[in-house]
Each structure stands twice: as C-alpha cells, then as structure tokens.
Design a protein around this ligand. Structure first.
Ligand code: 13P
Ligand code: SF4
Length: 368
C-alpha cells in the first residue's frame, strides 16, 4: 500500500455517534437493515472476526470459501465483507459489475499483504529472470494486493490459499521448473517441504536488500520464497511447543501453515483454518488441543467445544489487530451508509489490475 492509499483508507473515520452507541442499539440497527435489504445484502465473515460481528454473518469461512461464495453469489447488490482488505478486493474482482463490495473499516489491512509491493516485485522479477531465465512461475497467496495478483496472472501464475497451496504448487510445477512464492515465506516453505522439496532447494528473496538469500548453487533452487510473514502466526515459537509438551504431555498441537517451519515440524498437525476447525470438530470428546492460529477463532472453538480441552499454543497471544478493526460500530455505520445511498467504504479495484488478478484467481478456483 502506498502513502496515498494509506491516507485514503484512513479518511473514512467512524463518526462519534457510533462510538458512543449502546451495544443493543447497534445490534438493533444492524438487524433492521438486514431485514429491510433481505437477499440484496450479503455479509460474508472470515473465521478470524470478532463474535460481535460473526453473529450477523450470512456465511462464515476461510479465505478460500469466502472467495468461492463471492464468485457464486449473483443476487446481492451489496456485499459487506467482514474480513481484511485483500479479501474484500478479491470479492470485488470476482463479483459482477452491478454488485458493490464494502469493507466496514478501510484501515483493516493485512501486514503480510503489505510486505510485497509492485515496485519490489517488478525489481525482483527482473533480477530473477536474469538469473534463472524463463524457468519461473509466480504464485501468490491470496493475502496480497490486487496489483500483485494481477502481476502473477500476467505471468501465467495463480493465487493460492492455505487450503489449496499444495494442489496449486503441484499445478505450478507442471508448468515451470521453478516457483516464486509471494508473499508468505512460511506457507511457501511448509507447503513445498510437504511436497518433497528439500530446504536446500529453497531460496529466499529479500525485497529490502533486493538479494537472493541462498548458500548453494543457483541451479539447485526450485522454490524462491518471498521474505514476508504473518505478524500473528510468527508469534508461535518452538519454545511454546516445548512448554506444552512439558506441561501437557498428552495434548495434541495443531497449527496453521503460516507458522514458522520449526513450529510446524514440532507440532502434531498443520493445516489451513478450515482444516483446524474440522480437526477440532471431529476430535474425540475429552481430547486436549493446543492451537496455533488467530485468537478470535481459538476463543470461539473453546466456547463451541466445552467437551474438549482447548487452549492457544501461545498463552500470551493476541487477536489479529487488523481483523479486529471490523467491529459492531463499524458494521452498523457501514450498513446505514449503504442504506443512505453512500458509496463510502466501497472497494474499487483498478480495471487493469482486476483483469489479470481475476485470471490468477480463476486459475485457482478451477483447481479446487
Ligand atoms: P485462511 O483463511 O486461508 O486459512 O487464511 C488465514 C489468514 O491468515 C487470513 O488472513
Ligand atoms: Fe494478515 Fe496474519 Fe492478520 Fe491474516 S492473520 S490478516 S495474514 S496479519
């Protein structure tokens, strides 16, 4: 995100009256607009959202499911996306021209998506093509800007989510010898390792120094990992795993693949948000679990499964702060603005970016 986009996103500030409104009143206002707009309104919600928002969701899901639902829904005129900016952008790209997508707080970005911008990506590509010729295919985690998705689409690549990263990496290796994986080094490394690519066949592209970090001979490189990460999942450590093993020897540890390689390695299971939810749902009554993912979701699973012993892998974990920017006051404000005909908080994607970003997303959606 550049400085102008940051300023633009920050200019839509929640009016004072919503800040001071009682919870009951905010909830009544949301219910009233939902009743009035009926199927003209669709509220998709990511699993990392707060309960005060999730209670009004028409659908909940991980990023893959929400992308699929956005593509399928042709009925809603207004899609109020409760998640972060890249998810709302994805919905905007996949929906029809007469559908509008809104994000209740435009400041709900994603620190990982902000770790790869177009200038860095163009520079990286030039250098990597100099080094490896036409042997590279770019893949990007959906946690990236529309511009990055567009770049990837234009170069024959596709998007991935944590649910289908392995499938998409296999697809990519059928096209080219090497993969550039943006912007999450951990998802890229964990997925490639799971598919049998050695750690000594993976290099890291550092977008700050514009250098390839790799010890061996360049021709050995199969996967080039962009040096980005999730500031939430990076907070799970090998020490957290060791503490659980010591204090709760029979507890199972399950983590998201945005966690570092060593954490995934030491855990019992690793998989996408949806995989974690299903694993806990299907777990034996009385079983105990330490979960390495976002805290709003972990807290919800603790509530939903009182028959299982569940805790966060890191006892000092916080929720994703940008996901948390979407709260009940912002939801009520956004819905009332829509009702009053305002286009505030509407997501716009430049046509040029949308065209190829859509291609990258469609290549992914065709493989799930
Ligand atoms: P998934 O929903 O694909 O598991 O992604 C997790 C995440 O970090 C979303 O921001
Ligand atoms: Fe971004 Fe991580 Fe928050 Fe997901 S959990 S929105 S990847 S910072």
């Amino acid at each position: 995100m550049n400085i102008f986009q940051t300023v633009e996103r920050q200019s839509n500030v929640l009016p004072e009256k919503y800040r001071n409104m009682a919870v009951d009143e905010l909830e009544d206002r949301v219910k009233a607009i939902k009743n009035k707009l009926g199927s003209k309104l669709f509220i998709p919600c990511h699993h990392y959202q707060k309960d005060e928002v999730v209670q009004f969701a028409d659908a909940t899901g991980d990023s893959l499911k929400l992308a699929q639902l956005s593509e399928e829904n042709r009925e809603a005129e207004h899609i109020v996306f409760c998640g972060v900016h890249f998810m709302a952008e994805t919905a905007e790209i996949l929906t029809a021209k007469n559908q509008n997508v809104y994000l209740p707080d435009m400041r709900a970005g994603c620190s990982m998506a902000d770790m790869a911008d177009m200038f860095q990506t163009e520079r990286a590509w030039t250098k990597l093509v100099e080094l490896f010729g036409e042997t590279i295919l770019p893949l990007t985690y959906v946690n990236s800007t529309a511009a990055i998705k567009s770049f990837v689409g234009q170069h024959g690549g596709a998007t991935v989510t944590s649910s289908n990263a392995a499938k998409m990496l296999k697809w990519a290796f059928n096209q080219k010898q090497r993969i550039l994986f943006l912007p999450d080094q951990h998802l890229g490394r964990n997925t490639a390792f799971h598919l049998g690519v050695g750690l000594d066949e993976m290099a890291v592209w550092n977008p700050i120094t514009d250098e390839l970090e790799f010890d061996g001979a360049a021709e050995k490189v199969k996967v080039i990992l962009w040096k980005g990460h999730c500031s939430v999942h990076e907070n799970f450590t090998a020490q957290n795993v060791a503490d659980i093993r010591m204090n709760y020897p029979t507890m199972k540890i399950i983590v998201h693949p945005e966690c570092k390689r060593e954490v995934v390695e030491l855990s019992d299971m690793a998989g996408s948000t949806n995989y974690i939810i299903e694993a806990i749902r299907n777990a034996e009554i009385g079983s105990s679990w330490a979960i390495g993912t976002e805290m709003n979701l972990v807290k919800r699973m603790i509530k939903q499964h009182p028959d299982k012993h569940i805790m966060s892998l890191n006892p000092h974990m916080c929720p994703c702060l940008t996901m948390n920017r979407i709260d009940l006051p912002h939801l009520a404000w956004c819905l009332e603005s829509i009702e009053q005909g305002s286009n505030m908080n509407k997501i716009n994607v430049a046509e040029n970016d949308a065209k190829y970003a859509k291609l990258a997303l469609e290549r992914m959606l065709a493989h799930v």
